[in-house]
Each structure stands twice: as C-alpha cells, then as structure tokens.
Design a protein around this ligand. Sequence first.
Ligand code: HEC
Length: 121
Amino acid sequence: MVQTPRIQAVPRSRRWRAAAPLVIAACLLASVPAMAAAPAKPARLGLCAACHGETGMAQIPAAPNLAGQKLDYLREALRQYRDGRRNVPLMRTVIGPVSDADLDELARWYSAQTPSSQGNP
Ligand code: HEC
C-alpha cells in the first residue's frame, strides 16, 4: 500500500533527468542570437568617442548623446553628414568619405549602447 506512490515517483524523476540536457541546450541556443547582436567595437570609434563618448554619452556640451538611438536614424544621420545633406562642417569633416559598411558599424555600436544619466558634462 505504501509502495504505490514510490513506484510512480521513479519514472517522473527519470523524465526530469532526461529533460535537463534539453533545457540546458535550449537556453544555450536562446542566448546565441543575443551574443551575435552585440556589435564589435568599430575601428573608427576612437575619434567619435572624443565628443560622443565611447558609450554614446556626450563628452562636450555641443555634442548629442547617441546611446540607444534608433539604428535607422543613426545610419541615416551619418549618411546625411557624409553626403552633405546635413551641412554641419564639424561632423562632415569628422566623418569624411566613409563607406556605408563603416557607417553601419558605427550606427550599430551606438544604437546598442544603454543611455546613462552620467557622462553628461
Ligand atoms: C569634434 C566633436 C565630434 C566628433 C569627433 C564627432 N562628432 Fe558627431 N556630432 C558632433 C556634433 C556637435 C553634432 C551635432 C551636429 C548637428 O547639429 O547636426 C554631432 C552629431 C552627430 C550625429 C547626429 C545625432 C542626431 O541625433 O542627429 C551622429 C549620428 C554622430 N554625430 C555620430 C558621430 C560619429 C559616428 C563620429 C565618429 C566618426 C562622430 N560623430 C564624431 C560632434 C562630434
């Protein structure tokens, strides 16, 4: 009489043990896209960081914060400076004749940053 619940408990715990690797594998798989989305530090970032900060929080009063700004907006803004549609000599000079791929890399970097309340002058 007492044995009945114990017999039922054994297969249930075996099922859990069998499922554990699947759960771990699912977690690992789920984390892959997040890792892939984190952009590598762009080679040209050093120059931008002087004014916009490495994490997109401005270092000088005249520069805007870029952290967490929409990717499409940043990409388009950079193209506009490069192509002269935004005629701001400072940013035009700094950007120079940069490729779409480089602009994209910079836009992705700043877009992926988290804005903070610190770093504003
Ligand atoms: C000497 C300081 C300085 C440097 C260096 C600099 N910027 Fe800027 N950036 C500015 C200023 C000032 C503005 C505002 C210009 C305006 O009024 O449009 C600006 C504007 C921008 C904007 C538009 C933001 C918006 O909200 O519209 C983007 C994007 C940007 N910079 C990206 C960059 C990137 C990427 C680099 C490096 C290649 C860079 N900047 C280097 C000073 C700088």
